[in-house]
Design a protein around this ligand. Structure first.
Ligand code: GLY
Ligand code: MN
Length: 462
């Protein structure tokens, strides 16, 4: 964990947000895989980690905005736990490491919350995403677990997002560590991208690199020759010469900060002319994205600028036609690029998505765009120094989408469907980097994973 001063400062920032009553942040419990004692790898709740730092199951943190006191509720282990899990540090001692003196068993949390409600004080909580915590909140507040999501405190959500959006220097160091592991994962995948290799073998090998780095992957690995399926977790195919292999993968650091990179490589090491041409467009969009990323600029405008690079490139190849800006205004790029340019990244790969994407990525000034493609943009608002974001344009040929648009004549005036149909079995290309917004612009986090076609060919051919 970080130094206790970091957790003290974070809770102080939260206390300075003008909330009244208490803020309750539930940690996560163990999550059974197929029976109670056979659990998934434990992952603490990110907001709990952020403000209370302790990486163990079964805890709850409370910030009393009225009295200024902080509490951690949790149960100390008993002798049976010690027999199976070894000696454990008492909760009181652990809590002191994050600057908290007040600890109590979980049973006391019920008394505490009941009393707070009886006093007419507000209990602010964040939207729960795990069934166990929904049930816990139902028991604590009396609100049905089916409805509890709607009672999360917007004021609390916005305060937490405000604070977590700006990464501290110590957090950047953690993200750099996650990026260094991500680098190793991707270069390893590139070297293994040989005809006759199973996708699963590469996915398993690079997942092992994440685990060996001390953390786990920051999300389930996407590794596929069908990159046109955006979140393809099927790794069941043998690699075939001439195909593209798309790998979207990242690691968590020991303190659970994420990395998230995508690279696309030719199986066997040589891009075809067609692949290289599309690849260069995606790379140009990625480079343009980073070039435009700076404080004060909206990420929505950067997303649209990347879309213009894509349309312009596809027009040069004869796949699109018409005025580039008008095509983007009409959303014509989205048949090839049906997702957003990127998202916030931090303790979560899609940082704070559990708190509500609309609050993380948008504000009163920049509202979500209700147009196919851009509607998936997770971050649209003005960038600020300290934001860590991803830059991940892509071009995909999705046969079902091509057929739908062609038959319904969607954006017919901007798309040469005859030419597009020559690319039906192309797959997809996405290139993703992780970026820190600085005071004056932006910088890539960590060493850039090889990305030019020549760099890629040299590595895959080794
Ligand atoms: N890396 C997966 C995603 O950003 O959705
Ligand atoms: Mn991403």
């Amino acid at each position: 964990m970080f130094d206790r001063s970091i957790y003290l400062n974070r809770r102080k920032s939260l206390r300075n947000k003008g909330l009244q009553g208490v803020g309750l942040i539930l940690g996560n419990g163990e999550s059974p895989m197929n029976c109670r004692d056979n659990t998934f790898h434990f992952r603490q709740d990110s907001s709990f980690l952020y403000f209370f730092g302790l990486d163990f199951p079964g805890l709850a943190g409370v910030i009393d905005f009225d009295s200024g006191k902080d509490y951690i509720f949790g149960d100390d282990v008993d002798i049976e736990d010690i027999i199976w899990m070894g000696p454990q540090v008492p909760l009181k001692e652990n809590a002191q490491k994050v600057g908290i003196e007040n600890t109590a068993p979980v049973a006391k949390l019920f008394e505490f919350i009941t009393t707070t409600i009886q006093q007419g004080r507000k209990v602010h909580f964040l939207p729960p995403y795990r069934g166990e915590n929904k049930m816990m909140l139902e028991k604590l507040t009396g609100i049905s677990s089916l409805q509890i999501q709607n009672y999360a405190s917007l004021q609390f959500i916005k305060a937490v997002i405000d604070i977590r959006s700006i990464k501290e220097p110590a957090e950047i160091i953690e993200i750099e560590k996650a990026c260094a592991t991500g680098y190793e994962m991707h270069v390893t995948a590139m070297k293994m991208a040989q005809p006759g290799m199973w996708e699963q073998k590469i996915a398993g090998t690079i997942e092992g690199i994440a685990l060996a780095g001390g953390g786990m992957t920051s999300f389930p690995i996407i590794l596929t020759q069908h990159g046109e399926t955006l979140h393809n977790h099927n790794h069941s195919q043998l690699l075939k010469k001439g195909n593209l292999m798309l790998t979207d993968a990242g690691a968590e650091s020991l303190l659970h900060y994420a990395s998230d990179f995508t690279r696309t490589v030719p199986v066997g090491g040589k891009f075809t002319q067609k692949q290289r041409e599309i690849y260069e467009i995606v790379l140009a969009a990625n480079n343009r994205g980073q070039e435009l990323t700076k404080p004060g600029t909206t990420y929505l405008s950067v997303h649209l600028a990347a879309a213009e690079v894509i349309v312009s490139g596809l027009k040069d190849l004869g796949l699109m036609k018409g005025d580039v800006k008008e095509a983007v205004r009409n959303g014509a790029h989205a048949m090839f690029y049906p997702h957003g340019l990127g998202h916030m990244m931090g303790l979560d790969v899609h940082d704070m998505e559990d708190l509500g994407q609309i609050y993380v990525g948008y504000d009163d000034e920049i509202r979500p765009v209700d147009q196919f493609g851009t509607a998936y943009l997770r971050l649209g608002r003005k960038l600020q120094p300290g934001f860590v974001i991803t830059n991940e344009p892509g071009i995909y040929f999705i046969p079902a989408l091509i057929d739908k648009w062609q038959s319904e004549k969607i954006n017919n005036e901007f798309i040469n469907f005859d030419k597009v149909n020559e690319y039906r079995d192309f797959g997809g290309i996405r290139l993703e980097d992780d970026i820190l917004v600085t005071e004056t612009g932006s910088k890539l986090i960590g060493e850039r994973i090889p990305i030019t076609p020549d760099e890629i060919e040299a590595i895959v051919s080794i």
